[in-house]
Design a binder for this molecule. Structure first.
Ligand code: ATP
Ligand code: MG
Length: 576
Protein backbone atom coordinates (compact mmCIF):
# COMPACT_ATOMS: atom_id res chain seq x y z
CA UNK A 1 0.00 0.00 0.00
CA UNK A 2 1.23 3.45 -0.74
CA UNK A 3 0.52 6.52 1.24
CA UNK A 4 -1.22 9.31 -0.57
CA UNK A 5 -1.43 12.88 0.53
CA UNK A 6 -4.80 14.43 0.88
CA UNK A 7 -5.60 17.18 -1.57
CA UNK A 8 -6.36 20.71 -0.57
CA UNK A 9 -9.71 22.04 -1.69
CA UNK A 10 -8.51 24.94 -3.85
CA UNK A 11 -6.10 22.87 -5.88
CA UNK A 12 -6.84 22.59 -9.58
CA UNK A 13 -3.75 20.74 -10.65
CA UNK A 14 -3.96 16.95 -10.77
CA UNK A 15 -3.27 15.36 -7.47
CA UNK A 16 -2.99 11.85 -6.12
CA UNK A 17 -6.28 10.27 -5.10
CA UNK A 18 -7.21 10.49 -1.46
CA UNK A 19 -8.18 6.85 -1.22
CA UNK A 20 -5.29 4.43 -1.05
CA UNK A 21 -5.42 1.57 -3.54
CA UNK A 22 -3.12 -1.42 -3.94
CA UNK A 23 -0.08 0.24 -5.40
CA UNK A 24 2.83 -0.71 -7.60
CA UNK A 25 6.10 0.94 -8.57
CA UNK A 26 4.61 2.77 -11.55
CA UNK A 27 1.68 4.10 -9.59
CA UNK A 28 4.11 5.15 -6.84
CA UNK A 29 6.19 7.01 -9.43
CA UNK A 30 3.08 8.85 -10.61
CA UNK A 31 2.21 9.86 -7.08
CA UNK A 32 5.77 11.07 -6.48
CA UNK A 33 5.81 13.02 -9.75
CA UNK A 34 2.48 14.66 -8.99
CA UNK A 35 3.63 15.60 -5.53
CA UNK A 36 6.93 17.04 -6.76
CA UNK A 37 5.19 18.67 -9.72
CA UNK A 38 7.77 17.16 -12.02
CA UNK A 39 5.59 18.06 -15.00
CA UNK A 40 4.20 21.26 -13.53
CA UNK A 41 0.44 21.37 -13.72
CA UNK A 42 0.25 18.87 -16.56
CA UNK A 43 -1.92 15.82 -16.00
CA UNK A 44 -0.59 12.27 -16.13
CA UNK A 45 -0.39 11.34 -19.79
CA UNK A 46 -0.01 7.72 -20.89
CA UNK A 47 -0.36 5.91 -24.19
CA UNK A 48 -1.13 2.43 -25.41
CA UNK A 49 1.10 1.75 -28.44
CA UNK A 50 0.06 -1.40 -30.31
CA UNK A 51 1.69 -2.39 -33.54
CA UNK A 52 -1.18 -3.07 -35.96
CA UNK A 53 0.19 -6.41 -37.10
CA UNK A 54 -2.30 -8.68 -35.37
CA UNK A 55 -5.23 -8.78 -32.98
CA UNK A 56 -4.88 -7.82 -29.34
CA UNK A 57 -4.56 -10.61 -26.81
CA UNK A 58 -4.99 -11.00 -23.07
CA UNK A 59 -1.40 -9.81 -22.55
CA UNK A 60 -2.28 -6.53 -24.22
CA UNK A 61 -5.26 -6.31 -21.88
CA UNK A 62 -2.83 -6.13 -18.99
CA UNK A 63 -0.98 -3.25 -20.69
CA UNK A 64 -4.26 -1.50 -21.55
CA UNK A 65 -5.56 -1.79 -18.00
CA UNK A 66 -2.33 -0.25 -16.76
CA UNK A 67 -2.08 2.53 -19.32
CA UNK A 68 -5.72 3.56 -19.13
CA UNK A 69 -6.38 2.45 -15.57
CA UNK A 70 -3.58 4.44 -13.98
CA UNK A 71 -4.26 7.54 -16.05
CA UNK A 72 -7.97 7.34 -15.14
CA UNK A 73 -7.17 6.99 -11.49
CA UNK A 74 -5.17 10.22 -11.53
CA UNK A 75 -7.60 12.04 -13.84
CA UNK A 76 -5.01 11.89 -16.56
CA UNK A 77 -5.27 11.02 -20.23
CA UNK A 78 -4.37 8.10 -22.45
CA UNK A 79 -3.67 8.14 -26.16
CA UNK A 80 -4.07 5.24 -28.49
CA UNK A 81 -1.07 5.30 -30.76
CA UNK A 82 -0.53 2.83 -33.55
CA UNK A 83 3.11 1.97 -33.83
CA UNK A 84 3.07 1.69 -37.60
CA UNK A 85 6.76 2.08 -38.39
CA UNK A 86 6.94 -1.29 -40.10
CA UNK A 87 5.06 -0.83 -43.37
CA UNK A 88 5.15 -4.39 -44.54
CA UNK A 89 3.15 -6.14 -41.84
CA UNK A 90 0.44 -3.68 -41.01
CA UNK A 91 -3.15 -3.65 -42.10
CA UNK A 92 -6.33 -1.66 -41.60
CA UNK A 93 -8.15 -4.77 -40.37
CA UNK A 94 -5.84 -4.84 -37.37
CA UNK A 95 -6.28 -1.13 -36.69
CA UNK A 96 -10.06 -1.56 -36.66
CA UNK A 97 -9.99 -4.63 -34.44
CA UNK A 98 -7.65 -2.95 -31.95
CA UNK A 99 -9.95 0.06 -31.57
CA UNK A 100 -12.95 -2.22 -31.11
CA UNK A 101 -11.17 -4.32 -28.50
CA UNK A 102 -9.92 -1.36 -26.44
CA UNK A 103 -13.46 0.01 -26.30
CA UNK A 104 -14.88 -3.38 -25.47
CA UNK A 105 -12.53 -3.57 -22.50
CA UNK A 106 -14.18 -0.37 -21.34
CA UNK A 107 -11.66 2.32 -22.18
CA UNK A 108 -11.79 5.41 -24.37
CA UNK A 109 -8.69 7.16 -25.62
CA UNK A 110 -8.04 10.86 -25.58
CA UNK A 111 -5.99 11.22 -28.77
CA UNK A 112 -5.84 8.74 -31.63
CA UNK A 113 -2.42 8.85 -33.24
CA UNK A 114 -0.13 6.95 -35.55
CA UNK A 115 3.65 6.93 -35.30
CA UNK A 116 3.50 7.66 -39.02
CA UNK A 117 1.92 11.04 -38.18
CA UNK A 118 5.36 11.95 -36.89
CA UNK A 119 7.51 10.85 -39.82
CA UNK A 120 8.20 14.45 -40.89
CA UNK A 121 9.14 15.53 -37.38
CA UNK A 122 11.29 12.44 -36.86
CA UNK A 123 13.09 13.17 -40.10
CA UNK A 124 13.78 16.75 -39.05
CA UNK A 125 15.15 15.56 -35.74
CA UNK A 126 17.38 13.06 -37.50
CA UNK A 127 18.78 15.94 -39.56
CA UNK A 128 19.40 17.85 -36.35
CA UNK A 129 21.33 14.92 -34.87
CA UNK A 130 23.43 14.71 -38.05
CA UNK A 131 24.17 18.44 -37.87
CA UNK A 132 25.18 18.04 -34.24
CA UNK A 133 27.59 15.28 -35.22
CA UNK A 134 25.44 12.69 -33.42
CA UNK A 135 24.26 10.60 -36.35
CA UNK A 136 25.86 9.27 -39.52
CA UNK A 137 25.05 7.36 -42.66
CA UNK A 138 26.63 3.93 -42.69
CA UNK A 139 27.25 1.91 -45.85
CA UNK A 140 27.91 -1.35 -44.06
CA UNK A 141 25.47 -4.14 -44.79
CA UNK A 142 23.16 -5.44 -42.06
CA UNK A 143 25.41 -8.47 -41.70
CA UNK A 144 28.55 -6.33 -41.38
CA UNK A 145 26.88 -4.13 -38.81
CA UNK A 146 26.03 -7.20 -36.82
CA UNK A 147 29.62 -8.41 -36.98
CA UNK A 148 30.93 -5.01 -35.88
CA UNK A 149 28.58 -4.87 -32.94
CA UNK A 150 30.70 -7.05 -30.67
CA UNK A 151 29.27 -9.14 -27.85
CA UNK A 152 28.40 -8.76 -24.19
CA UNK A 153 32.04 -9.43 -23.34
CA UNK A 154 33.76 -7.76 -26.31
CA UNK A 155 33.40 -4.14 -27.39
CA UNK A 156 32.14 -3.35 -30.87
CA UNK A 157 34.24 -2.03 -33.74
CA UNK A 158 33.65 1.37 -35.28
CA UNK A 159 32.37 1.48 -38.83
CA UNK A 160 34.81 2.93 -41.39
CA UNK A 161 32.00 5.36 -42.32
CA UNK A 162 31.57 6.64 -38.77
CA UNK A 163 33.58 9.79 -39.22
CA UNK A 164 32.01 11.14 -42.37
CA UNK A 165 31.61 14.89 -42.44
CA UNK A 166 28.31 16.47 -41.50
CA UNK A 167 27.90 17.68 -45.10
CA UNK A 168 28.38 14.23 -46.54
CA UNK A 169 25.97 12.72 -44.02
CA UNK A 170 23.34 15.37 -44.76
CA UNK A 171 23.70 14.77 -48.47
CA UNK A 172 23.52 10.98 -48.20
CA UNK A 173 20.58 11.01 -45.79
CA UNK A 174 18.68 13.36 -48.09
CA UNK A 175 19.37 11.04 -51.01
CA UNK A 176 18.29 8.04 -48.95
CA UNK A 177 14.98 9.80 -48.46
CA UNK A 178 14.69 10.64 -52.15
CA UNK A 179 14.95 6.97 -53.04
CA UNK A 180 18.35 7.01 -54.74
CA UNK A 181 19.57 3.85 -53.01
CA UNK A 182 18.21 0.32 -52.99
CA UNK A 183 16.89 -1.37 -49.85
CA UNK A 184 19.51 -2.38 -47.36
CA UNK A 185 22.42 -0.44 -48.88
CA UNK A 186 22.64 2.29 -46.24
CA UNK A 187 21.31 3.13 -42.81
CA UNK A 188 21.36 6.12 -40.54
CA UNK A 189 22.93 5.38 -37.17
CA UNK A 190 23.20 7.30 -33.96
CA UNK A 191 26.80 8.04 -33.03
CA UNK A 192 26.97 6.98 -29.42
CA UNK A 193 29.56 4.51 -28.18
CA UNK A 194 30.73 1.29 -29.83
CA UNK A 195 32.32 0.21 -26.55
CA UNK A 196 29.20 0.70 -24.40
CA UNK A 197 28.43 -2.28 -22.18
CA UNK A 198 24.85 -1.88 -23.39
CA UNK A 199 24.61 -3.23 -26.93
CA UNK A 200 21.68 -0.97 -27.68
CA UNK A 201 24.00 2.02 -27.29
CA UNK A 202 26.53 0.80 -29.85
CA UNK A 203 25.53 3.17 -32.60
CA UNK A 204 21.98 1.87 -33.05
CA UNK A 205 20.30 2.08 -36.42
CA UNK A 206 17.77 4.92 -36.64
CA UNK A 207 16.57 4.61 -40.24
CA UNK A 208 16.55 1.89 -42.84
CA UNK A 209 15.76 2.03 -46.53
CA UNK A 210 12.59 0.19 -47.43
CA UNK A 211 10.84 0.81 -50.70
CA UNK A 212 7.46 -0.29 -49.41
CA UNK A 213 3.91 1.09 -49.49
CA UNK A 214 2.77 2.22 -46.09
CA UNK A 215 -0.90 1.76 -45.14
CA UNK A 216 -1.17 5.45 -44.28
CA UNK A 217 1.68 7.36 -45.91
CA UNK A 218 1.54 5.42 -49.18
CA UNK A 219 4.78 5.83 -51.13
CA UNK A 220 5.80 9.14 -49.57
CA UNK A 221 8.64 7.48 -47.69
CA UNK A 222 11.20 4.91 -48.62
CA UNK A 223 13.12 5.25 -45.38
CA UNK A 224 11.47 4.18 -42.15
CA UNK A 225 12.48 4.88 -38.55
CA UNK A 226 13.35 1.98 -36.26
CA UNK A 227 11.20 1.34 -33.21
CA UNK A 228 13.83 2.74 -30.83
CA UNK A 229 14.11 5.98 -32.72
CA UNK A 230 10.35 6.40 -33.23
CA UNK A 231 8.95 5.34 -29.92
CA UNK A 232 10.43 7.73 -27.38
CA UNK A 233 10.11 10.69 -29.72
CA UNK A 234 6.44 9.87 -30.32
CA UNK A 235 5.96 9.75 -26.55
CA UNK A 236 7.70 13.08 -26.26
CA UNK A 237 5.63 14.72 -29.00
CA UNK A 238 2.46 13.68 -27.15
CA UNK A 239 3.89 14.83 -23.82
CA UNK A 240 3.54 11.35 -22.42
CA UNK A 241 4.68 11.54 -18.82
CA UNK A 242 4.75 7.82 -17.99
CA UNK A 243 5.47 5.46 -20.85
CA UNK A 244 4.87 1.86 -19.83
CA UNK A 245 6.21 -1.12 -21.68
CA UNK A 246 7.27 -4.67 -20.98
CA UNK A 247 10.55 -5.73 -19.38
CA UNK A 248 12.37 -6.63 -22.57
CA UNK A 249 12.69 -2.89 -23.20
CA UNK A 250 14.57 -2.23 -20.00
CA UNK A 251 17.91 -2.29 -21.82
CA UNK A 252 16.52 0.13 -24.37
CA UNK A 253 15.76 2.78 -21.78
CA UNK A 254 19.24 4.41 -21.93
CA UNK A 255 18.73 4.84 -25.66
CA UNK A 256 15.19 6.16 -25.15
CA UNK A 257 16.69 8.76 -22.82
CA UNK A 258 19.65 9.48 -25.08
CA UNK A 259 17.47 10.55 -28.00
CA UNK A 260 15.27 12.71 -25.79
CA UNK A 261 18.25 14.37 -24.10
CA UNK A 262 20.20 14.96 -27.29
CA UNK A 263 17.17 16.41 -29.03
CA UNK A 264 16.28 18.48 -25.98
CA UNK A 265 12.61 17.55 -26.15
CA UNK A 266 9.85 16.79 -23.62
CA UNK A 267 11.26 14.32 -21.09
CA UNK A 268 8.93 11.33 -21.21
CA UNK A 269 9.96 8.60 -18.81
CA UNK A 270 9.82 4.90 -19.61
CA UNK A 271 8.81 2.25 -17.04
CA UNK A 272 9.04 -1.48 -17.62
CA UNK A 273 6.76 -4.12 -16.15
CA UNK A 274 6.46 -7.88 -16.44
CA UNK A 275 4.82 -9.38 -19.47
CA UNK A 276 1.75 -11.49 -18.85
CA UNK A 277 2.32 -15.14 -19.51
CA UNK A 278 -0.25 -17.89 -18.88
CA UNK A 279 -0.01 -21.66 -18.81
CA UNK A 280 -1.36 -23.50 -21.87
CA UNK A 281 -1.42 -20.19 -23.72
CA UNK A 282 0.69 -18.47 -26.36
CA UNK A 283 0.79 -14.70 -26.33
CA UNK A 284 2.79 -13.88 -29.40
CA UNK A 285 1.12 -12.26 -32.36
CA UNK A 286 3.49 -14.00 -34.73
CA UNK A 287 2.46 -17.42 -33.43
CA UNK A 288 -1.21 -16.57 -33.26
CA UNK A 289 -1.00 -15.34 -36.86
CA UNK A 290 0.45 -18.69 -37.85
CA UNK A 291 -2.52 -20.50 -36.29
CA UNK A 292 -4.86 -18.28 -38.26
CA UNK A 293 -2.98 -18.48 -41.55
CA UNK A 294 -2.63 -22.24 -41.40
CA UNK A 295 -6.28 -22.57 -40.46
CA UNK A 296 -5.45 -24.43 -37.29
CA UNK A 297 -8.14 -22.30 -35.66
CA UNK A 298 -11.21 -20.76 -37.30
CA UNK A 299 -9.80 -17.21 -37.17
CA UNK A 300 -8.48 -14.51 -34.85
CA UNK A 301 -11.79 -14.73 -33.00
CA UNK A 302 -11.84 -18.49 -32.57
CA UNK A 303 -13.12 -18.88 -28.99
CA UNK A 304 -10.04 -20.93 -28.11
CA UNK A 305 -7.72 -18.06 -29.02
CA UNK A 306 -6.31 -15.83 -26.24
CA UNK A 307 -7.17 -12.80 -28.36
CA UNK A 308 -9.68 -10.33 -26.97
CA UNK A 309 -11.95 -11.06 -29.91
CA UNK A 310 -11.64 -14.79 -29.20
CA UNK A 311 -12.39 -14.60 -25.51
CA UNK A 312 -15.21 -12.13 -26.14
CA UNK A 313 -16.79 -14.63 -28.50
CA UNK A 314 -16.24 -17.32 -25.92
CA UNK A 315 -18.18 -15.28 -23.38
CA UNK A 316 -15.53 -13.71 -21.17
CA UNK A 317 -16.63 -10.33 -19.86
CA UNK A 318 -14.57 -7.13 -19.90
CA UNK A 319 -15.23 -6.84 -16.15
CA UNK A 320 -13.70 -10.27 -15.54
CA UNK A 321 -10.61 -9.34 -17.51
CA UNK A 322 -10.24 -6.02 -15.74
CA UNK A 323 -10.63 -7.71 -12.36
CA UNK A 324 -8.04 -10.28 -13.34
CA UNK A 325 -5.60 -7.58 -14.46
CA UNK A 326 -6.13 -5.67 -11.23
CA UNK A 327 -5.53 -8.80 -9.17
CA UNK A 328 -2.30 -9.80 -10.90
CA UNK A 329 -0.80 -6.34 -10.56
CA UNK A 330 2.59 -5.53 -12.05
CA UNK A 331 6.11 -6.33 -11.02
CA UNK A 332 9.70 -6.28 -12.19
CA UNK A 333 10.09 -10.04 -12.48
CA UNK A 334 8.40 -12.21 -15.03
CA UNK A 335 6.63 -15.44 -14.31
CA UNK A 336 3.85 -17.58 -15.67
CA UNK A 337 0.37 -17.49 -14.17
CA UNK A 338 -2.11 -20.33 -14.09
CA UNK A 339 -4.75 -20.22 -16.79
CA UNK A 340 -7.10 -21.44 -14.03
CA UNK A 341 -6.68 -18.06 -12.34
CA UNK A 342 -8.06 -16.20 -15.34
CA UNK A 343 -10.95 -18.67 -15.53
CA UNK A 344 -11.63 -18.08 -11.86
CA UNK A 345 -12.24 -14.39 -12.51
CA UNK A 346 -14.52 -15.22 -15.40
CA UNK A 347 -16.63 -17.52 -13.21
CA UNK A 348 -16.68 -15.04 -10.39
CA UNK A 349 -18.06 -12.32 -12.63
CA UNK A 350 -20.51 -14.53 -14.52
CA UNK A 351 -21.78 -15.99 -11.28
CA UNK A 352 -23.02 -12.52 -10.37
CA UNK A 353 -24.57 -11.59 -13.67
CA UNK A 354 -25.41 -14.63 -15.78
CA UNK A 355 -29.06 -15.77 -15.70
CA UNK A 356 -29.55 -19.44 -14.87
CA UNK A 357 -31.32 -21.64 -17.37
CA UNK A 358 -31.78 -25.35 -17.91
CA UNK A 359 -30.18 -27.03 -20.89
CA UNK A 360 -29.48 -30.67 -21.62
CA UNK A 361 -26.37 -31.36 -23.66
CA UNK A 362 -26.75 -35.11 -24.17
CA UNK A 363 -30.45 -35.80 -23.99
CA UNK A 364 -32.05 -38.94 -22.61
CA UNK A 365 -35.80 -39.19 -22.85
CA UNK A 366 -37.79 -39.54 -19.63
CA UNK A 367 -41.49 -40.43 -19.76
CA UNK A 368 -43.57 -39.87 -16.65
CA UNK A 369 -46.14 -42.59 -16.97
CA UNK A 370 -48.60 -41.26 -14.39
CA UNK A 371 -48.49 -37.65 -15.61
CA UNK A 372 -51.61 -36.67 -17.57
CA UNK A 373 -51.20 -36.81 -21.37
CA UNK A 374 -51.21 -33.37 -22.95
CA UNK A 375 -50.90 -31.48 -19.67
CA UNK A 376 -48.42 -28.61 -19.45
CA UNK A 377 -47.59 -26.84 -16.20
CA UNK A 378 -45.55 -23.67 -15.89
CA UNK A 379 -42.95 -24.03 -13.17
CA UNK A 380 -41.52 -20.96 -11.53
CA UNK A 381 -37.74 -20.74 -11.75
CA UNK A 382 -35.29 -18.30 -10.18
CA UNK A 383 -33.23 -16.40 -12.74
CA UNK A 384 -30.26 -15.71 -10.54
CA UNK A 385 -29.92 -16.65 -6.90
CA UNK A 386 -27.07 -14.09 -6.67
CA UNK A 387 -29.28 -11.27 -7.91
CA UNK A 388 -32.84 -10.99 -6.66
CA UNK A 389 -33.58 -8.19 -9.15
CA UNK A 390 -33.10 -10.69 -11.99
CA UNK A 391 -36.55 -12.04 -11.07
CA UNK A 392 -38.24 -15.29 -12.03
CA UNK A 393 -39.42 -17.03 -15.15
CA UNK A 394 -41.78 -19.82 -16.14
CA UNK A 395 -40.46 -23.12 -17.41
CA UNK A 396 -42.90 -25.56 -19.03
CA UNK A 397 -43.18 -29.07 -17.58
CA UNK A 398 -44.86 -32.00 -19.36
CA UNK A 399 -45.07 -35.76 -19.55
CA UNK A 400 -42.00 -36.27 -21.73
CA UNK A 401 -38.75 -34.65 -20.65
CA UNK A 402 -35.05 -34.74 -21.48
CA UNK A 403 -32.42 -35.23 -18.84
CA UNK A 404 -28.65 -35.68 -19.23
CA UNK A 405 -27.58 -39.19 -20.14
CA UNK A 406 -25.08 -38.86 -17.31
CA UNK A 407 -27.88 -38.40 -14.82
CA UNK A 408 -29.20 -41.92 -15.27
CA UNK A 409 -27.49 -45.27 -14.62
CA UNK A 410 -29.22 -48.55 -15.02
CA UNK A 411 -26.67 -50.08 -12.67
CA UNK A 412 -25.56 -47.27 -10.38
CA UNK A 413 -22.10 -47.46 -8.89
CA UNK A 414 -21.64 -46.79 -5.18
CA UNK A 415 -22.47 -43.22 -4.16
CA UNK A 416 -24.31 -42.54 -7.42
CA UNK A 417 -27.35 -40.67 -6.16
CA UNK A 418 -28.84 -39.53 -9.41
CA UNK A 419 -31.59 -41.36 -11.26
CA UNK A 420 -31.47 -45.16 -11.36
CA UNK A 421 -34.14 -47.85 -11.21
CA UNK A 422 -35.99 -47.57 -7.93
CA UNK A 423 -34.37 -44.31 -6.75
CA UNK A 424 -36.24 -41.08 -6.32
CA UNK A 425 -34.70 -37.75 -7.37
CA UNK A 426 -35.86 -34.16 -7.57
CA UNK A 427 -36.36 -32.48 -10.91
CA UNK A 428 -35.20 -28.89 -10.41
CA UNK A 429 -38.28 -26.65 -9.90
CA UNK A 430 -40.43 -29.73 -10.70
CA UNK A 431 -41.42 -32.89 -8.92
CA UNK A 432 -39.87 -35.94 -7.31
CA UNK A 433 -39.69 -38.78 -9.80
CA UNK A 434 -38.80 -42.45 -9.43
CA UNK A 435 -37.37 -44.53 -12.27
CA UNK A 436 -39.37 -47.68 -12.97
CA UNK A 437 -38.20 -49.21 -16.24
CA UNK A 438 -36.12 -48.58 -19.34
CA UNK A 439 -36.44 -48.98 -23.09
CA UNK A 440 -33.30 -50.02 -25.00
CA UNK A 441 -32.27 -49.91 -28.64
CA UNK A 442 -30.79 -52.83 -30.64
CA UNK A 443 -27.36 -52.05 -29.25
CA UNK A 444 -28.63 -52.45 -25.73
CA UNK A 445 -28.35 -48.72 -24.92
CA UNK A 446 -30.98 -47.10 -22.75
CA UNK A 447 -32.98 -44.68 -24.92
CA UNK A 448 -35.93 -44.01 -22.65
CA UNK A 449 -36.54 -44.11 -18.92
CA UNK A 450 -40.04 -44.58 -17.60
CA UNK A 451 -40.77 -42.94 -14.27
CA UNK A 452 -43.59 -42.05 -11.97
CA UNK A 453 -43.95 -38.73 -10.23
CA UNK A 454 -45.44 -37.71 -6.89
CA UNK A 455 -47.95 -34.90 -7.54
CA UNK A 456 -47.58 -33.74 -3.93
CA UNK A 457 -43.96 -32.68 -4.52
CA UNK A 458 -44.59 -29.83 -6.96
CA UNK A 459 -41.90 -27.19 -6.66
CA UNK A 460 -39.48 -29.71 -5.18
CA UNK A 461 -40.52 -30.53 -1.63
CA UNK A 462 -42.36 -33.49 -0.17
CA UNK A 463 -45.13 -32.66 2.36
CA UNK A 464 -44.15 -35.75 4.36
CA UNK A 465 -40.63 -34.37 4.69
CA UNK A 466 -38.90 -37.23 2.89
CA UNK A 467 -35.58 -36.35 1.34
CA UNK A 468 -33.93 -37.14 -1.96
CA UNK A 469 -30.20 -37.11 -2.42
CA UNK A 470 -30.06 -35.50 -5.84
CA UNK A 471 -31.55 -32.72 -7.93
CA UNK A 472 -31.21 -32.91 -11.68
CA UNK A 473 -32.04 -30.52 -14.48
CA UNK A 474 -34.38 -31.23 -17.38
CA UNK A 475 -36.26 -29.69 -20.27
CA UNK A 476 -39.70 -30.48 -21.60
CA UNK A 477 -39.28 -32.40 -24.87
CA UNK A 478 -42.23 -30.80 -26.57
CA UNK A 479 -41.04 -27.28 -25.77
CA UNK A 480 -37.30 -27.76 -26.08
CA UNK A 481 -35.15 -25.77 -28.48
CA UNK A 482 -32.63 -27.64 -30.53
CA UNK A 483 -29.20 -26.02 -30.29
CA UNK A 484 -25.60 -26.58 -31.24
CA UNK A 485 -23.21 -26.32 -28.33
CA UNK A 486 -19.47 -25.97 -28.74
CA UNK A 487 -17.37 -27.24 -25.87
CA UNK A 488 -13.85 -25.91 -25.65
CA UNK A 489 -10.82 -27.20 -23.92
CA UNK A 490 -7.33 -25.73 -23.69
CA UNK A 491 -5.86 -25.10 -27.12
CA UNK A 492 -2.54 -26.70 -26.18
CA UNK A 493 -1.74 -29.88 -24.30
CA UNK A 494 1.47 -28.55 -22.75
CA UNK A 495 1.68 -26.01 -19.96
CA UNK A 496 4.39 -24.36 -21.99
CA UNK A 497 3.26 -24.69 -25.60
CA UNK A 498 6.72 -23.64 -26.77
CA UNK A 499 8.27 -26.72 -25.27
CA UNK A 500 8.76 -29.10 -28.19
CA UNK A 501 11.00 -31.94 -29.18
CA UNK A 502 13.91 -31.30 -31.54
CA UNK A 503 12.67 -30.49 -35.02
CA UNK A 504 9.09 -29.86 -33.92
CA UNK A 505 7.10 -26.67 -33.88
CA UNK A 506 4.76 -25.32 -31.22
CA UNK A 507 1.85 -26.44 -33.38
CA UNK A 508 2.75 -30.01 -32.41
CA UNK A 509 1.37 -29.16 -28.99
CA UNK A 510 -2.11 -28.27 -30.23
CA UNK A 511 -4.77 -30.39 -28.56
CA UNK A 512 -6.72 -32.15 -31.33
CA UNK A 513 -9.69 -32.41 -28.95
CA UNK A 514 -9.86 -28.77 -27.93
CA UNK A 515 -13.22 -28.36 -29.67
CA UNK A 516 -16.14 -30.75 -29.26
CA UNK A 517 -19.34 -29.95 -31.07
CA UNK A 518 -22.63 -31.13 -29.58
CA UNK A 519 -24.98 -31.01 -32.54
CA UNK A 520 -28.27 -31.43 -30.75
CA UNK A 521 -28.54 -30.07 -27.28
CA UNK A 522 -32.00 -29.32 -25.89
CA UNK A 523 -32.63 -25.96 -24.25
CA UNK A 524 -35.51 -24.53 -22.26
CA UNK A 525 -37.69 -22.33 -24.49
CA UNK A 526 -36.77 -19.02 -22.83
CA UNK A 527 -33.55 -19.20 -24.86
CA UNK A 528 -35.35 -19.10 -28.22
CA UNK A 529 -34.31 -15.55 -29.03
CA UNK A 530 -31.22 -15.12 -26.92
CA UNK A 531 -29.15 -12.37 -28.56
CA UNK A 532 -25.60 -12.95 -29.78
CA UNK A 533 -23.02 -12.51 -27.01
CA UNK A 534 -25.61 -12.96 -24.24
CA UNK A 535 -24.35 -15.18 -21.46
CA UNK A 536 -26.05 -17.79 -19.29
CA UNK A 537 -25.32 -20.35 -16.70
CA UNK A 538 -26.63 -23.69 -17.84
CA UNK A 539 -27.43 -25.14 -14.45
CA UNK A 540 -24.93 -27.75 -13.27
CA UNK A 541 -22.92 -27.46 -16.51
CA UNK A 542 -21.18 -24.13 -16.79
CA UNK A 543 -21.37 -20.72 -18.41
CA UNK A 544 -22.37 -20.42 -22.04
CA UNK A 545 -22.54 -17.59 -24.55
CA UNK A 546 -24.51 -17.16 -27.78
CA UNK A 547 -22.27 -17.38 -30.83
CA UNK A 548 -22.68 -15.18 -33.93
CA UNK A 549 -23.08 -18.36 -36.00
CA UNK A 550 -26.58 -18.73 -34.50
CA UNK A 551 -29.48 -18.81 -36.94
CA UNK A 552 -33.21 -18.38 -36.25
CA UNK A 553 -34.44 -21.65 -34.78
CA UNK A 554 -30.92 -23.00 -34.31
CA UNK A 555 -28.91 -21.11 -31.74
CA UNK A 556 -25.24 -21.90 -31.28
CA UNK A 557 -23.75 -21.67 -27.82
CA UNK A 558 -20.11 -21.59 -26.76
CA UNK A 559 -19.10 -22.98 -23.44
CA UNK A 560 -17.27 -20.10 -21.78
CA UNK A 561 -16.07 -22.08 -18.79
CA UNK A 562 -17.26 -25.09 -16.82
CA UNK A 563 -18.44 -24.65 -13.24
CA UNK A 564 -15.61 -26.43 -11.48
CA UNK A 565 -13.11 -23.91 -10.15
CA UNK A 566 -9.63 -25.37 -9.82
CA UNK A 567 -8.09 -22.00 -9.00
CA UNK A 568 -10.37 -21.49 -6.01
CA UNK A 569 -9.20 -24.89 -4.75
CA UNK A 570 -5.54 -24.03 -5.29
CA UNK A 571 -5.99 -20.78 -3.39
CA UNK A 572 -7.87 -22.48 -0.58
CA UNK A 573 -5.17 -25.10 -0.22
CA UNK A 574 -2.48 -22.41 -0.22
CA UNK A 575 -4.37 -20.45 2.44
CA UNK A 576 -5.00 -23.47 4.65
P1 ATP B 1 3.61 -9.70 -29.46
O1 ATP B 1 4.84 -10.30 -28.89
O2 ATP B 1 2.37 -10.44 -29.08
O3 ATP B 1 3.71 -9.41 -30.91
P2 ATP B 1 4.20 -6.96 -28.94
O4 ATP B 1 4.83 -6.53 -27.69
O5 ATP B 1 5.05 -6.97 -30.17
O6 ATP B 1 3.47 -8.33 -28.69
P3 ATP B 1 2.73 -4.57 -29.38
O7 ATP B 1 1.62 -4.35 -30.30
O8 ATP B 1 4.03 -3.92 -29.66
O9 ATP B 1 2.92 -6.13 -29.26
O10 ATP B 1 2.29 -4.28 -27.88
C1 ATP B 1 1.64 -3.11 -27.47
C2 ATP B 1 1.84 -2.95 -25.99
O11 ATP B 1 1.35 -4.10 -25.29
C3 ATP B 1 3.30 -2.82 -25.63
O12 ATP B 1 3.44 -1.80 -24.68
C4 ATP B 1 3.67 -4.15 -25.07
O13 ATP B 1 4.71 -4.02 -24.15
C5 ATP B 1 2.34 -4.60 -24.44
N1 ATP B 1 2.27 -6.06 -24.39
C6 ATP B 1 2.40 -6.93 -25.40
N2 ATP B 1 2.33 -8.20 -24.97
C7 ATP B 1 2.15 -8.14 -23.63
C8 ATP B 1 2.01 -9.12 -22.59
N3 ATP B 1 2.04 -10.42 -22.84
N4 ATP B 1 1.84 -8.68 -21.32
C9 ATP B 1 1.79 -7.37 -21.05
N5 ATP B 1 1.93 -6.40 -21.97
C10 ATP B 1 2.10 -6.78 -23.25
MG1 MG C 1 6.03 -4.96 -30.61
Amino acid sequence: MSTTKSTSSNEVAPSPPAEPRPSNFIRDAMIADLNSKKYGDAVIQTRFPPEPNGYLHIGHAKAICLDFGLADEFKGKTNLRFDDTNPEKEEQEYVDSIMKDVRWLGFEWEGLFYASDYFDQLYEWAVKLIKDGKAYVDDLSAEEIRQHRGTLTEPGKESPYRNRSVEENLDLFERMRKGEFPDGTRVLRAKIDMASPNLNMRDPVMYRILHAEHHRTGDKWCIYPMYDYAHGQSDSIEHVTHSMCTLEFEDHRPLYNWFIQNLGIFPSQQYEFDRLSLTYTLLSKRRLLKLVQEKLVSGWDDPRMPTLSGIRRRGYTPEAIRNFCAAIGVSKTSGTLELAMLEHFVREDLNKRAPRVMAVLRPLKVVIDNYPDGQVEQMEAVNNPEDEAAGKRQVPFSKVLYIEQDDFREEPPKKYYRLSPGTEVRLRYGYFITAKSVVKNDKGEVVEVHCTYDPATRGGNAPDGRKVKSTIHWVSAEHAIDAEVRLYDKLFIKEDPNQVAEGQEFTANLDPNSLEVVEHAELEPSLANAPVESRYQFERLGYFCVDPDSRPGKPVFNRTVALKDTWARIEKRAGA
